[in-house]
Design a binder for this molecule. Structure first.
Ligand SMILES: Nc1nc2c(c(=O)[nH]1)N[C@H]1C(S)=C(S)[C@@H](COP(=O)(O)O)O[C@H]1N2
Ligand SMILES: [Mo]
Length: 412
């Protein structure tokens, strides 16, 4: 159990670090790093330049959308460094204002209750002693890219950086549920984290999965992210990882699992995070009265990461392009680029396959551009032959945008 011991030691150290954060939020007493970051802070169509977050001890050079509850976005340039997003650059999203800044790893317990044969109260050392699995998976907020919705919709006005990819290590949720013994008649499994609203009226943030999904062997309770304990802001000490599904289900600071004999009808399942039950979650702007379903699996997307709109490149020289793609809940099959507005597409070279749920790197060399402005479009297709739409979708929640992205460049 030497390995378990070492992780437990790391967890203990993390608790010590976490407790040094100030006050009733994650904010460090003083900024621990440079305040001027080399990141693109513009959100096209937005109200000018955004700020760099300075008060989060475990984060560096993220774009600040809100301090409390925190909304911190990863700049696109980070995704150019590799398919795994470093923990200190990984985006952060919380709904509720009261988030523990200190976790006592000795007394922390994960409860399992409801429709089970034996209720459990698992310590972190018990969890660390269970069989361990690792999965590379993209964590993406349902509202990633909401800032690009036209007409605009209320909510976190994210650019494209409410996503990240990490190697998550933990135990299978199925193993935990089997240890408790799920009783016949179970319908959903509900997850709760330690965060709470500032006022009693705020519905507690809880999310549920169908019992078969919860028991599919892929959903895990993770305690390591890229080999290190989770940052406090990403759910220390444990969080749910639901590969291929939007991050709203990836409950952070998970402490309570309840097996239900019914479909969960709490606010965060029944009212919030509902999408139109239409192809691509698309409805006409302003449309109402359509049938909705809880948001679920992710869809395919791709981005250029080495160049940003507005940049100039060298005319008459081959143009190197790099980027990332994701398949959604299946692998990326192809990434193509177009320089003629989508009339013709050229295949790119895919990077190493890190698994169906991970980002996939891609690269291409384009023919030397002539002097003047031009546009590069990038389009991913997954193994289910689903691809990205040319025209933007719309829905009132600002969810699931996956339009083909266009990068406007000029050759000089
Ligand atoms: N306990 C808790 N878990 C949570 C949330 C939250 O508000 N509280 N937000 C969810 C949503 S909507 C997102 S997008 C992801 C963000 O994960 P991250 O902050 O680790 O990037 O956490 C999910 N898990
Ligand atoms: Mo989210």
């Amino acid at each position: 159990m030497a390995r378990t011991g070492r992780i437990f030691e790391q967890l203990n150290r993390r608790q010590f670090l976490a407790s040094s954060a100030a006050g009733a939020s994650f904010m460090a007493a003083s900024p621990a790093f440079a305040q001027k970051a080399d990141v693109d802070l513009h959100l096209p169509g937005g109200s000018g330049e955004r700020e760099v977050a300075k008060h989060f001890a475990d984060k560096q050079d993220l774009i600040l959308l809100r301090n409390r509850p925190p909304l911190l976005e990863t700049p696109m340039s980070v995704f150019d460094q590799g398919v795994f997003t470093p923990n200190n650059k990984f985006y952060v999203r919380w709904h509720l204002a009261n988030i523990p800044t200190e976790i006592d790893v000795g007394t922390f317990r994960l409860k399992v209750r409801g429709l089970v044969n034996t209720e459990l109260s698992l310590s972190l050392s018990e969890l660390l002693a269970m069989p361990r699995v690792e999965v590379a998976a993209v964590n993406q907020c349902s509202g990633n890219s909401r800032g690009f919705f036209q007409p605009r919709v209320p909510g976190g006005e994210w650019g494209h950086g409410a996503m990240g990819c990490a190697k998550w290590t933990g135990v299978r949720l199925r193993d935990i549920l089997d240890r408790a013994g799920v009783k016949p008649g179970a319908v959903q499994v509900r997850f709760n984290g330690l965060d709470e609203g500032a006022i009693a009226e705020t519905p507690d943030f809880v999310k549920s999965l169908d019992v078969d999904h919860a028991r599919d062997g892929e959903v895990i309770v993770a305690f390591l992210m890229n080999g290190a304990p989770l940052p406090l802001t990403n759910g220390f000490p444990i969080r749910l990882v639901v590969p291929g599904w939007y991050a709203t289900y990836w409950m952070k600071m998970l402490f309570d699992i309840e097996v239900l004999d019914r479909v969960d009808d709490n606010f965060w399942m029944k009212t919030a995070y509902q999408i139109p039950d239409t192809a691509g979650a698309n409805v006409k702007p302003g449309e109402t009265g359509f049938k909705t379903v809880p948001i679920n699996r992710m869809i395919t997307r791709s981005f250029v990461t080495n160049l940003a709109s507005g940049q100039t490149v060298k005319r008459g020289a081959p143009l190197a392009l790099r980027g990332i793609a994701m398949g959604g809940d299946v692998s990326v099959a192809a990434v193509d680029v177009s320089v003629d507005g989508g009339a013709t597409w050229k295949p790119t070279k895919l990077g190493r396959d890190e698994g169906r749920y991970a980002f996939r790197a891609w690269s291409a060399e384009l023919a030397p551009p002539k002097e003047g402005k031009f546009e590069v479009m990038v389009r991913a297709t997954n193994t289910r032959k689903e691809t990205q739409p040319m025209t933007p979708i719309w829905n009132p929640g600002g969810y699931m945008l996956n339009t083909i992205e266009t990068t406007s460049l000029s050759a000089v």
